[in-house]
Design a binder for this molecule. Sequence first.
Ligand SMILES: CC(C)(COP(=O)(O)OP(=O)(O)OC[C@H]1O[C@@H](n2cnc3c(N)ncnc32)[C@H](O)[C@@H]1OP(=O)(O)O)[C@@H](O)C(=O)NCCC(=O)NCCS
Length: 177
Amino acid sequence: MVNRNFTPFPILTTERLTLRQLSVDDQQDILALRSNSEINKYLDREPSKTIEDAINFINMINDNIKRNNSIYWVISLINTKTFVGTICLFDFSNEKSSCEIGYELMTKFQGQGIMKEATAEAIDYAFQTLQFQKIVAFTHKENQNSIKLLTKFNFIKSIEADKENSDFNIFTLTHSN
Ligand SMILES: CC(C)(COP(=O)(O)OP(=O)(O)OC[C@H]1O[C@@H](n2cnc3c(N)ncnc32)[C@H](O)[C@@H]1OP(=O)(O)O)[C@@H](O)C(=O)NCCC(=O)NCCS
């Protein structure tokens, strides 16, 4: 059995990015991200409306990390430390050896290959460190930017849609040993 432990928090770096832990100091950025109607357009979630919603969300995320139930990184630019988005791995299943991936970028930072860079790192972490065999993504069938991103990493679209919401397709990436 793999020992999945996020203490100390696994900070990751890429050419342009630092993937770091979320903190209460990120409350304004989390509110901006989670209340933005363009970002939320294809996401099946309750938007954050107030700063309290953002703080509650941050606490919930960090509590899950402390329990080793999921991992969630703030994506920030190495040079300026700017908060540009988030990426997470959650819904861990030992039985299926799988986890789910989720990601979002501030609109201003989309179209620069930032999520591609962060996703490559998160995929590597899921397969190499967490040793899952499969990564799953649920994405709205009209979410072209997300579909494009998943396709770049060779995620395969399942024939069946999500049972809970038929507007969502299921994409899976299987680890090739
Ligand atoms: C999904 C999402 C993260 C994709 O972001 P993105 O910026 O389009 O993704 P990438 O990082 O892969 O960037 C790709 C674009 O950057 C361009 N780009 C510019 N510079 C680049 C570089 N140095 N390297 C790679 N790509 C670069 C690419 O050409 C590409 O543009 P194209 O799609 O027009 O071909 C973003 O649309 C988003 O946050 N959406 C809202 C939240 C959401 O729906 N999340 C998904 C939940 S399932």
